[in-house]
Design a protein around this ligand. Structure first.
Ligand code: AMP
Length: 520
């Protein structure tokens, strides 16, 4: 057997986790070096070393200037737009995430007593091309072969569905985490798992509920002492921690008290669950709207849903459960550990990827137990169909209205991997180059879509107006796009110039730069 070992990684906004498939073919969470099953996604820079996890999190109040957290929210941004500086070096979002992955990899190696070579990393279904590419880069920078990027709800659904393949059912996966919200509708039928629709908001999560409490306490403090406690970073972070603890307490108790000390003065705010729910009504309404949209997209009624699968720490909150129960009478399933399901699903996908590779190459990578666990009744590997989260289009020129518009090449909710080919006429005679603008989004107005990049192709001379340019979009299993342009018989393969991401030479530099940082 080969020396390769694959793990699944849930690279979360607040916490991350790793999982693997054991020798009996069963998924298991990998505890970190501190013997915890999840690792806070917090980095503390201390000279040449980066401390990741609980120790970093515990120091976030005393040394806020050395701390990085919520880096997932910055993924996909170019370095000029987001970076943090430590020890005279600028770190991009991918590099910071790579440090978290490095910690998970190192701890997994310690626990499994074997080198970890491969991984599947999860992302919110709503992550776009740039955010996905950045996540792949983070894994590679940490020294891993990234087998695949999969959607968090897909991973959670896999963790749930693996041993329920014999029961045909439609499952609504509701995943509200620390910083992101995803909903997915999944169908298990004839031992196949198929994603039907997916939607979400990657700027909606537990932190927004925490902020409701943070702002309330800050207002009361200001009213009592005439000073805004949020202007001081240490005070702000301290209050964030207290607010989060208060929120969690309100999940099991009808009231809580939050005490905040700052500059020798303090304030005590009593908060009932009812009052908290009222103050965060706008947030739960946002979740509800997204649930209704995804049902419309799936062309389903709530009666079609057999089960609601709850993932993400925030689904422990009573107001979240109540809102869902008002929408659907389907039973809520939360027996899966919400903090662990995503990593477990990633480990399952990692194993399936390795087994598929075995099939292709004929080289044995895993044990027979594992193959059996991952095969359906007919002896074939379990089939999972995921779908695109966004429409991918191309910007074209409308001759009649003299304006640009977006032509959809691959529509949202197409099964992936997906390919599409279309031919377009050039806008004027004797054009020297065809510049293809690739965008992502649901609108026909280019300004309302996210630009993904450009493909700039040289055209043969003296082409008449309307000469065909053939575009091929290929959306791979990672939901990362490759575009090919074929202009008038010129079979030139043009890859997309992304607005973000590291070029190969920058990658090497980044890897060697990160190599100097020890991760604890
Ligand atoms: P995740 O990213 O899935 O780990 O979700 C973490 C989020 O869930 C954070 O915002 C936590 O504060 C929140 N959370 C965890 N447990 C509870 C609980 N019992 N009640 C309310 N929120 C919780």
């Amino acid at each position: 057997m080969s020396e390769r070992k694959a793990i699944g990684i849930d690279l979360g906004t607040t916490f991350s986790a790793g999982a693997h498939i054991d020798a009996y073919g069963k998924p298991q969470i990998i505890p970190n070096a501190e013997s915890e099953r999840i690792t806070p996604s917090v980095i503390l820079f201390d000279g040449e070393s980066a401390i990741v996890g609980t120790l970093a999190k515990n120091n976030s109040v005393s040394e806020p200037e050395k701390i990085v957290d919520f880096v997932k929210r910055e993924m996909g941004k170019p370095k000029e737009q987001f970076h943090r500086e430590f020890g005279g070096k600028l770190y991009s979002a991918e590099e910071l995430s790579a440090l978290i992955v490095k910690k998970l990899k190192a701890d997994a190696e310690k626990y499994l007593q074997a080198p970890v070579t491969d991984a599947v990393i999860t992302v919110p279904a709503y992550f776009n091309d740039a955010e996905r590419t950045a996540t792949i880069t983070a894994g590679q920078l940490a020294g891993l072969n990234v087998l695949q990027i999969i959607n968090e709800p897909t991973a959670a659904a896999l963790a749930y569905g693996l041993d329920k393949l014999d029961e045909n059912q439609t499952v609504f996966v509701f995943d509200l985490g620390g910083g992101t919200f995803d909903v997915t509708i999944m169908r298990i039928e004839d031992q196949k798992i198929e994603m039907i629709a997916t939607n979400g908001d990657h700027r909606l999560g537990g932190k927004d509920w925490d902020d409701v409490i943070v702002n309330l306490v800050a207002e009361e403090y200001s009213a009592a002492h005439g000073e805004n406690p949020l202007l001081d970073l240490a005070s702000y972070q301290d209050l964030q921690t207290r607010a989060l603890a208060g929120k969690i307490q309100l999940s099991s108790r009808p009231h809580t008290a939050i005490v905040h000390h700052h500059n020798g003065k303090s304030v005590k705010v009593e908060l009932t669950r009812e009052d908290f729910e009222e103050r965060s009504r706008h947030l739960i309404e946002k979740c509800k709207t997204i649930c209704e949209i995804v049902m419309q997209e799936a062309k389903m009624k709530w009666d079609n849903i057999d089960k609601i699968l709850l993932i993400g720490g925030m689904t422990r909150m009573p107001m979240v459960r109540e809102m869902i129960s008002q929408l659907s009478s389907a039973p809520l399933v939360s027996d899966m550990n919400p903090d662990e399901a995503v990593a477990v699903g990633a480990a399952i996908q990692a194993t399936l990827s390795m087994l598929r590779e075995e099939e292709k190459t004929g080289k044995k990578l895993l044990g027979e137990n594992t193959r059996q666990q991952f095969s359906s009744r007919d002896g074939h590997l379990i089939q999972i169909t995921d779908i695109t989260s966004h429409t991918l289009g191309v910007v074209l020129w409308d001759e009649t209205h003299l304006e640009e518009y977006v032509f959809p090449m691959i529509r949202k909710r197409t099964a992936i991997p997906a390919s599409a080919k279309n031919s377009f006429g050039i806008a004027s005679a004797n054009m020297q180059r065809a510049v293809v603008k690739v965008v992502e989004g649901e609108s026909t107005l280019p300004g309302e879509c996210t630009p993904l990049g450009l493909c700039d192709v040289q055209l043969p001379p003296f082409l008449p107006k309307g000469s065909p340019v053939e575009l091929t979009y290929h959306y791979n299993a990672n939901q990362v796009l490759e575009v090919n342009v074929e202009a008038c018989g010129n079979r030139s393969k043009v890859s997309i110039e992304r607005n973000t991401g590291l070029a190969p030479e920058e990658m090497e530099k980044a890897i060697s730069g990160l190599g100097k940082v020890t991760v604890e």
